[in-house]
Each structure stands twice: as C-alpha cells, then as structure tokens.
Design a protein around this ligand. Sequence first.
Ligand SMILES: *Cc1c(COP(=O)(O)O)cnc(C)c1O
Length: 365
Amino acid sequence: MDYRDLPIRDDLRELTPYGAPQIDVPYPLNTNENPYGPPPELVADLARAVTEAATTLNRYPDRDATELRKDLADYLGHGLTVQNVWAANGSNEVLQQILQVFGGPGRRAIGFEPSYSMHRLIALATATEWISGLREGDYTLDADKAVAAIEKQRPNLVFLTSPNNPTGTAMELDVIRAVLKAADAVGAMVVVDEAYFEFARPGTPSALTLLPGVEGAQHPRLIVTRTMSKAFAMAGARVGYLAADPAVIDALLLVRLPYHLSALTQAAARTALKHVAALLGTVDAVKAQRDRIVAELTALGLDVVPSDANFVFFGVPGGDQQALWRKVLDHGVLIRDVGIPGRLRVTAGTEEETTAFLNALKESL
Ligand SMILES: *Cc1c(COP(=O)(O)O)cnc(C)c1O
C-alpha cells in the first residue's frame, strides 16, 4: 500500500522526508560530522557512566535534565545558568519543540534561503506556514531586506543560521541585531541556529552575547540553538540544546514529552562535557582542512564561499552538480548535493580524507 492512501494530514502530502544519502563509502564527507571519533579516554569514561546509569534504568530519568543543563550552561559561559539552557535529542528536537510552542496552524515562520532545510521541514511538520526569504547572490543576508521581509510578512518566528548551512559563512552581529529589532516590533521569536559556531573564524561573535542579562543586552525573544553533533563529535548520541531567557524554557515545558532525554543520553552528554578540551582539540585540525579546501578549490578557479563551518560550498564548473557528485562518488568520496543548481558542499575531513576528496575532484573535473 502507498502511504498516501492512508488518512495522513492533507498538508503533509506535498512533503518528502529528509534524506541525506547514508551510503557505505570509504570517505563520507556529506553530513558535516567530526571525522575524529571520541578519544579513547572518553570512550572508557562513557562505558563507566553508562554502566552506572544502567543500574537505575528501572526509574524514569530526571525530566528536567538539570545537571546536564548546568554543565551546558558552564560550557557556554557568558554568565548563563541552568535556567537559561534547555536540552533535547539533537538540536532538531529542540527546533521541533520551539515550533510546537511558537508555531502551529495559522502561524508562520520565515527563513532566508539557501539555509538549513530542516527549519522549513520542521515548520511544515508542525503545520506552521513557511516563508522563504532570500539571501544575496553571495549568500550573505542584507539587513534592510530582512527587516523589510519581517515587517511585510509579520511572522511568528524568524530563523537565522550562523554560520549558515549549506553556505558556511557566519553572520555579522549587526544583521542579527537589526532582525531582532524588527522581530520585536511584530512580536516574533528569533532563533539563531549556531550548530557550527565552534568552527567559526577567530573574532566571530556569538548571538549568545545578545541574550538578556549577557553584556547588558535585552532580547527576551532570542533563542540560540547549539548541538553536540558537530564540533563535539557526538552526532550518534543525539544531544542538542539552546540558550534563551528562562521564560522561553518555561514555555517549552508545555510541549516536551515527559522524560524525553533518556538517562543514558544524559549520562553520555555529561561525560562528554568533562572532555571538552580533548573533543574541541580536533576543531583546529578540521578548520585547517577546511581552509585547505578553500585554498585549493580557489586555486583551481572554482567559486568558493568563505567558511566559518566544517564544510565548504563551491560552484561546479559547467554547472552540472549532479554529474560531478556522481563522479566524485565513483572515487569513494560521498559529498552533498543540497539541490542548489551548480553547487556542491563537502565536509572537511581528516587530512587523508580531504586529500582523497581533492584528488577525486581534480580527476573528476
Ligand atoms: C547539523 C545541523 C544541526 C544539528 O542537528 P542535530 O539534531 O543536533 O544533530 C542543526 N542545525 C544545523 C544548521 C545543522 O547543520
């Protein structure tokens, strides 16, 4: 039977599921994971922590994940406390909870594309209308145009992604400030998705500095989302989090499922946070490979977008990205076709993986 013959919601009929290919290849460089596995000391510590948590699995976990949220607040700094932080199974679940509270039928969210496709998909899955705002030709966001779009569309939610995925560049704080001012005027929440913040080039300020109480800023409708899936090398553990005014977290409690974050997940995340230095120690190596990709592709004459993330977005000579994607895959290197004509995205890997990609690309061009 076709699922469309089932009585699914009419508004879901036009959707297609999220589907980055999961192909078994020697060089998976398509979903922006950290190429370095957790260090052995962390793996050993995880085994101990999970064993300990296992002795209490007959009981429900701490519903509010208080200790984990404390640890996350300490990691974020800026004077943030447990009351400013919320955690869930990946930042995608955090985003879903945000949309369940602030979106829904009769409400609308705007994002500026190309950007993270899940913002649109989760909006639609929660029956929130999605408005596609536009970026400039170089993929930056023009503050005046963003403000005009917010004033015209009067959304309930505004999504910004910085560093942006799939293009890679971080946003100026002034652009975020302008968006916050316009959003405040129409009563909209502003979500800044900082999934890749740890990879940003030196001097890139975080939107965390605009939260209430931080450096005297006053934006109670600002939500900054982060994840342990990228720099923290914990994509398989499924841990995402956000920082916001405590009232935002009180609102999220209305929709979160009871005990959504398992005792095993909480134990794993807290253990990983004890190894921050080792985990983030890989970030510089990844950034070096990212900068190497940017330099080499530029030398090949390709059109490359500056990257503050662990991936590079580049133009395909001749414009046929599907053909190039396939040829590179034939060399065992899986990169990402995000559906933007003439463009591909590649994740920075280890030095060896990056070399494999660069060789595959040169032979494929
Ligand atoms: C990878 C990514 C996420 C992370 O999702 P998780 O559910 O935390 O794994 C969030 N936002 C963006 C922009 C991403 O690229």
